[in-house]
Design a protein around this ligand. Sequence first.
Ligand code: 7RM
Length: 642
Amino acid sequence: MSNYHIKHLEEYFQVYRKSVRNPELFWSEIAEEHFLWRKKWDNVLDWDFSKPEVKWFDGAKLNITENCIDRHLYVRGDKTAILFEPNNPEEAAEHITYNQLHERVCKFANVLKTKGVKKGDRVCIYLPMIPELAISVLACARIGAIHSVIFAGFSATALATRVNDCEAKMIITSDGSYRGSKTIDLKGIVDEAVEQCPGVESVLVAKRINTDVKMKSGRDEWLQPLLDKADANCIPEVMDAEDPLFILYTSGSTGKPKGMMHTTGGYMVYTAFTFKNVFQYREDDIYWCTADIGWITGHSYIVYGPLANGATTVMFEGVPSYPDYGRFWDIVQKHKITQFYTAPTAIRALAKENLDYVTKYDLSSLKVLGTVGEPINEEAWHWYNDHVGQKDCPIVDTWWQTETGGILISPIPFATPTKPTYATLPMPGIQPTLMDESGNEIIGNQVEGRLCIKFPWPSIARTIWGDHNRYRDTYFSAFKNKYFTGDGALRDEVGYYRITGRVDDVIIVSGHNLGTAPIEDAINEHPAVAESAIVGFPHDIKGNALYGFVILKETGESRDRDNLSKEVNQQITERIGPIAKLDKIQFVPGLPKTRSGKIMRRILRKIASNDTSDLGDISTLLNPEIVEEIIDELAFVTPVKK
Ligand code: 7RM
């Protein structure tokens, strides 16, 4: 039996039991057998959730890039490490082998050194999905600098806030980026941001779209000439297992973004282990995760997890709709993708379009499909399963967070039987529990509560950069000695978990706790509905009543709205019960979404309560214009007729 690669259900249970009975033995065996350490640890685990403090492999020495690159050179130096698929399908894909990746990372690392970047310094990376993004991340890790990738769709203000919070002295960016048929002036955004960032000493600029940009002398420099001059070897900095690897910002429900800090050894071990198992990765597979490296999914499952396993990982620069809605499937066919990992929001957007966009392509290379980011509704799950997986690929519904560093709850393909909308079972080493409102653990099955984790795992974030008290208050104060995820979940009769959404998405209607996801599922099953979001609004009698924002499919647009509203409520009554019926329905052209595809319910709640004076910061939305459109129509929304 191998602890590292689980292949069937019995093995999963055996490995899981071992991981809970003796976590230190379990993780130290994996760490020892599958990674390269310059020095072994003194202690496998020290922890105290009340401080909170967690240390894995303390005293060990390593460099993560040596594990992700150097050690592969002898066995698979000429294998493609990163397969870059450009925005424009006419532009050739680029195959970067492990040998080439080694050279490019070393050169980049040497450039950072000549610019004065040292171990422990923070470097912000504001780049589109081009190879330089992955390479600069690895170059930082090579020399022990702490990278903080900021998604290149964020505004100048959002960028400046993050750069200042982590006191970065350098920003790496590009002249611009391609996004479908558009180009975006990234350098202009950086210029605007840096005006508010006194600590930034240098800006390195990669060329991508070849436009004229302003270069401030003494501060800005083109990257390529520096790389051309740089030495092709860079001895990796030997890091402590608990040295910071990166900071990644995630937005809280209130206040400024939280800089989640991850460390080196535990993060490496956990992301590599989960990548191997959740995607059942094998040597000749071509793995593609469609996320952006600006999110945790990209960090853990485009860069570190795959490369630590010597995998071929695809980086896609473009969008699912360019040049048309078949682009994802075109890429799957072209590169014979074996594992495909995306978000429910992308699946729903594609399911709305003509099926020909999918059926036109040969998708027979696919073995495993993954989803992440929000609860996947049943309709989307079945569409993905039927049309993309052709009923022959297990779907891994992977639940995790920026804070958790890696996947915590997910099926293991070919081992765990899947169940639509269920993330199913915990990964080895993960001890989930459900808590009730008074702080008691809920025992047994067929129950619902707040999702907590009882025991540390190697890739848990160690702190919020610069604010350890906020870290403690946010995650370790709601329930004593437990990590609180902020999510609600239910556990079914066999112990499978279904994540029902953020706990603040729970709406209490006449004393009944209603999660948003199951109700949205019911609505989305109506043949005319493409997508929906529900929120609560104050109601004299019920406390809260339900307000539904519903996007229609093109085919539904011509239908009578009153009738549709009635049918939607009928659907809910059949699936859940009359208690979950909506009081108001507004048909909308779109929903406000974060750039990682999560519906911003905070804004919808305000709209539904007719409290639109202060919507807070909407600058980080993907589609801020939709907010105005929804508000403009608000006056015409009437209660659903019985
Ligand atoms: C990886 C990522 C975290 C939040 C999390 C959940 C939601 C993520 C799922 C999910 C249901 C899933 N990190 N979430 N995955 N909900 N099923 N499979 O998304 O920090 O950006 O977001 O996303 O609410 O707490 S994140």
